[in-house]
Design a protein around this ligand. Structure first.
Ligand code: NAP
Length: 271
């Protein structure tokens, strides 16, 4: 991973800091999209059982066995035994003996099963089939409960995070707890590039607006996982590794934060 930015997880493993998302990429399109991303240079691929593309993602990764692969256990599979069975199916679809990162997709507080699910994750990590374990869409109270009841701190929390919804309080908590922040919808589902200051910075430095957004995530210390099915977009987003933003440019993007900017579901009531 020469010159590729990485972060150290709380289990001492390294995670590549720029990843590739695959939500809404069909099973049939996934092999090509993933192959294009890996050929471009991405080292981390994110999928989930509910994306129904794990077999295509596994095919796209092919023989690149050192790619950092993440998947997620869906809400209906929460619970100790169900999680283990669901994970067996994930590995079978992916065509892999292990994943690098396994995530609980949503806390689903109304189901009240995420602690049991986490206990299954702890077993899967001991077995070496999930090299690292983490969560997604967990709030402060969910993270604290996991740690209080099991003593095991998630390595990572994958949360909605983009210039219009920056989740500063949760990021601060993550850094206090030793949890890596991974940004989902890092491009604001394609809308972040239309924000005035981002277009202006892109013009000033002669880089794609999408790369400016991804660069902002990297310099915040987040792990962004932009999704695209188009080669030119996949390559434009990867240019984020080629330049740096000044403190003043970072501040102009910081100033776009909006407490009402959430685009996806609220973890408090999503199941
Ligand atoms: N844990 C969770 O609950 C959760 C929820 C949502 C997403 N995720 C993960 O996060 C990943 C990324 O999030 P996302 O897919 O919602 O949104 P995103 O990455 O912020 O944006 C994707 C959208 O931006 C467009 N796009 C990408 N690069 C572009 C470029 N250079 N120029 C113009 N448009 C561009 C894509 O269209 P084209 O394909 O046409 O390029 C697509 O419409 C997902 O794929 C998934 O892996 C996780």
């Amino acid at each position: 991973m020469t010159d590729y930015p990485t972060l150290i997880l709380n289990d001492d493993r390294h995670i590549p800091q720029l990843g590739f998302g695959t939500y809404k990429i069909d099973e049939a399109d996934a092999p090509d999209a993933v192959k294009t991303a890996i050929e471009t240079g991405y080292w981390l691929i994110d999928t989930a059982a509910v994306y129904e593309n794990e077999a295509g993602v596994g095919k796209g990764i092919g023989e690149w066995s050192d790619i950092f692969l993440q998947t997620k256990i869906w809400n209906e599979s929460q619970g100790f035994d169900r999680t283990k069975k669901a994970f067996d199916k994930c590995l079978a679809r992916l065509g892999r003996e292990h994943v690098d990162m396994l995530l609980i997709h949503w806390p689903c507080p109304d189901k009240d099963l995420f602690v049991e699910t986490w206990k299954a994750f702890i077993d899967l990590r001991k077995e070496g089939r999930a090299k690292s374990i983490g969560v997604s869409n967990f709030r402060e109270q969910d993270l604290k409960r996991l740690v209080d009841e099991t003593g095991v701190v998630p390595a990572l929390n994958q949360i909605e995070l983009h210039p219009s919804f920056q989740q500063r309080d949760l990021r601060k908590l993550h850094s206090e707890m030793g949890i890596v922040t991974q940004s989902w919808s890092p491009l604001g589902q394609g809308e972040a590039m239309d924000r005035g200051p981002i277009k202006e910075i892109a013009d000033e430095i002669g880089q794609p607006a999408s790369a400016v957004v991804i660069r902002w995530h990297l310099q915040c210390g987040n792990v962004p996982i932009p999704k695209s099915t188009k080669r030119d977009h996949i390559e434009a987003n990867f240019k984020a590794l080629d330049f740096e933003l000044t403190d003043a440019q970072m501040k102009r993007i910081d100033d776009l934060d909006d407490a009402e900017g959430r685009m996806g579901p609220d973890p408090a009531d999503f199941s």
